[in-house]
Write a new protein. Structure first.
Length: 322
């Protein structure tokens, strides 16, 4: 009797171990993986006629307003810019555990931020055509068919055109998000079939200024999107509502618009004229997945500082010379 009791216990333990090691059907979707990224462009994205009319006041004019003295037609100020703030405490996926963690990247190079040359400055926003981008991850199922694991659409935030015009910065929003399979291993005992995912978007450029200063591979800005307990089972009661709630989400972070590189162009008369380029840039997207909640840790960071440290100071110096 004791022999059978011990054997039974061993059988139960082995069964539990094997079950824990077994991957769910919605996880480990890695066979013949395909990663694709597409840019979205719109001719002359910013309608200059819709930009609110504002004034850049001199110091003496600002003092007059502070004292309440009338300045005639210049008295009313356009105070339509609102400060944006968000918590600096974020939950990030720890990168020191590998068993239930996977990562992959997307990238696009040779892109142009504007649809025309400019004659005014490095940060002339007229002709801005970047409108957003899409990332797609596919894999080959056991049946041999190509299945889609992830489709995500990101778009530029046009709700505050003034920030783009005044500060030469833009933000991103999540247009849509469709997640069906994970690249990371999802244990079969995970009845919820959920996934944690971190997405980091980086904008980079190389350019030359009027005075001949070369700036190679400058990071213009970074954006972050963190998904927690995202359902993978399409039959789950919260599957549709979870991804519907993500629509129009404003990503954490910001980026400078792409500075135009100094150069020349030939006009209709054949003369060589000073000008600024269409703003060559590239986008990199890094994705990290994990099905283990204990791989998620709290990390304090300041996105604004990371952007400035990544090259923003160089851009500020250029702007101060214009």
């Amino acid at each position: 009797m004791r022999f059978f009791s011990i054997a039974g216990c061993v059988f139960v333990v082995v069964t539990m171990v094997l079950t824990a090691c077994t991957a769910s059907k919605v996880g480990s979707a890695t066979r013949e993986e395909g990663l694709a990224m597409k840019i979205s462009e719109q001719h002359d994205l910013i309608d200059i006629e819709k930009v609110p009319r504002q004034e850049a006041l001199t110091m003496s004019e600002r003092l007059l307003v502070k004292r309440g003295e009338s300045r005639g037609p210049l008295a009313p100020l356009a105070g339509n810019l609102v400060s944006l703030a968000s918590s600096a405490v974020k939950q990030m996926i720890a990168n020191d555990q590998k068993k239930y963690l996977a990562s992959y990247s997307f990238g696009l190079n040779g892109l142009y931020f504007y649809d025309q040359l400019a004659s005014d400055s490095h940060f002339d926003p007229v002709g801005m055509q970047f409108n957003g981008f899409r990332i797609i991850r596919t894999f080959q199922s056991k049946s041999g068919s190509t299945d889609t694991a992830l489709i995500a659409d990101f778009m530029i935030d046009t709700s505050s055109i003034s920030e783009i015009i005044n500060n030469s910065m833009f933000r991103l929003r999540l247009k849509s998000f469709d997640l069906r399979y994970a690249k990371a291993k999802v244990p079969a005992v995970n009845k919820e079939k959920i996934l944690n995912m971190d997405i980091q978007v980086s904008f980079m450029t190389s350019y030359v200024t009027d005075d001949g200063q070369l700036h190679d591979s400058v990071t213009l800005g970074k954006f972050f999107l963190a998904l927690r307990k995202a359902p993978l089972d399409t039959a789950a009661s919260n599957y549709t509502s979870y991804y519907e709630s993500l629509k129009d989400t404003l990503l954490t972070g910001k980026s400078f618009i792409v500075p135009r590189s100094f150069g020349y162009h030939r006009n209709a008369l054949g003369d060589m004229i000073r000008s600024y380029s269409q703003g060559a840039y590239s986008i990199q997207v890094k994705v990290v997945e994990t099905s283990k909640n204990n791989f998620v840790t709290k990390l304090v960071f300041d996105n604004a500082n990371s952007i400035i440290d990544a090259g923003g100071n160089q851009l500020k110096k250029i702007g101060s010379k214009l």
